[in-house]
Each structure stands twice: as C-alpha cells, then as structure tokens.
Design a protein around this ligand. Sequence first.
Ligand code: SF4
Length: 135
Amino acid sequence: MDCKFVPAVCSYCGTGCGVLFEVIDGKINATLPMKSHPVNHGKLCIKGWNLHEYINSYMRLKTPLIKEDGRFQKATWDEAIGHAAVKFNQIKDQFGPDAIGVLVSAKITNEENYLAQKFTRAVIGTNNVDHCARL
Ligand code: SF4
C-alpha cells in the first residue's frame, strides 16, 4: 500500500485553511487539518473535514454540458465557450448588456473573481456583478 499526505488549501470558502489529503494507492481517501498552517492552526469546519468527499463523487461534473432540446449533452470546452459567447451576444443585441448578470463565488480564487468582474464590466458592458457573500 502506497500512502502519502499531500498539502492543499480548502476550496470551500475564502478563508483558505490548510489541509492534508491522505492519498492511498493514488486515491484521495481523507482530509486532515494542517497543524502548522497559519490560517487554521490544525482546525477545520465541517465542510473542510469533508473536502475529499466531492472529489470522487459520481455527481461531480467533469465535462461541460450544453442543453439541447431540453437535455444536457456533453461538450468540449471550445464548444461550450463558443456556445456561451453566441448566447451572450444574442442577449446583448436583443435586450442590452444590463440584461446579463454575473455571480461570483468565494469558492474561486481572488484572481478568478477579479477576472470575472473584469469580464462582466469590460466585455459584457454591465456593472451587474455580485458575490455569493452578499446573496
Ligand atoms: S475548512 Fe471551513 S473555514 Fe476553512 S477554508 Fe474550508 S470551508 Fe472555509
């Protein structure tokens, strides 16, 4: 049996607690708090303790999906991004940029949140951007 502990940062909220993934034979098996981490000092909330659960979940989305005729179809990233771009442009042309809003999340990084608001303002052309912490 090959067992190792891989350091990571919890992705469930913006606090950024340090965790150790217990990896057995290449599969993430458990999450432990990192005692030496300056943010959490060996503590985790209930979400952090269960961080490994979603990684191997059968419900996890692993590929983009495009809804066609009421059913989701697997797509490539290029297809999904191209589809979204066409739909955004159609909505903008028909209703104006303020018909679109973007919600960002504490589950993504600061840099990703920054890019999302920049995309909303500079590309879409609206200030309709908000964050899950205010919802
Ligand atoms: S363990 Fe809890 S408090 Fe820490 S980053 Fe994860 S969700 Fe946030």
